[in-house]
Design a protein around this ligand. Structure first.
Ligand SMILES: [Zn+2]
Length: 204
């Protein structure tokens, strides 16, 4: 099986509880420490086996690290780990996991070396919101229920409002419409990308 390590939790000694996102599930498993075992780190993609245990978590075995060349680029890795944290928070209590989360992670992982990681993640976030039926691509303000024109503010889940009604962003409405419809950040400058990325970090 293959999956992404989206969360780890140290337990006694050097053992770990590991949360792996595969294409259709979030697996919580137990990793016994071994000095010669490959390292387990949030964000890594691994090939693995599970050994079922009658009255305990399944054991994580035969781990093979499927590396990406950007993993050595510290700045990218940090952004990547922030992205993983979002998925853990969003999916940790969900029983049946839709394929889209794994697919979006795959898309981002494959493009991360060459593309701007924050832009990639914002675009993935928009696609996931749309898939979940939560993307407001004909935006009305969630506070006053009136149409939005000119400028828009967004909050967690890219919930739209008038800048005067809620939030502290003042983004160009046309550019945000383009992002929501085309799933592309191409019209946004770096300042706008940073502002949107800070919303993304609040979670799905
Ligand atoms: Zn309003």
């Amino acid at each position: 099986m293959q999956g992404y390590i989206i969360h780890t939790q140290k337990v006694k000694d050097e053992d770990m509880i590991v949360y792996l996102l595969t294409s259709n599930s979030l697996i919580k498993c137990y990793r016994f420490y071994g000095a010669r075992h490959p390292s387990i780190m949030q964000g890594y993609k691994i090939d693995f086996e599970l050994v079922e245990s009658a009255n305990f978590l399944p054991h994580l075995r035969s781990v093979l690290h499927l590396g990406f060349s950007w993993l050595i680029l510290r700045e990218r890795l940090i952004i990547w780990q922030q992205f993983m944290r979002l998925f853990y928070a969003h999916l940790k209590d969900v029983e049946n996991i839709d394929e889209i989360y794994f697919q979006e992670i795959e898309i981002c992982a494959q493009r991360l070396l060459k593309q701007n990681p924050k832009r990639l993640i914002i675009e993935a976030y928009v696609r996931i919101l749309e898939h979940e039926g939560r993307l407001h691509d004909e935006p009305t303000c969630f506070v006053c229920d009136e149409k939005i024109e000119g400028f828009i503010s967004l909050t967690r889940g890219f919930l739209p409002s008038h800048p005067n009604c809620f939030g502290n962003l003042n983004l160009n409405f046309e550019k945000i419409q383009h992002l929501f419809k085309k799933k592309s950040t191409i019209l946004l400058d770096d300042r706008e990308v940073n502002e949107l990325y800070s919303i993304v970090l609040q979670g799905f």
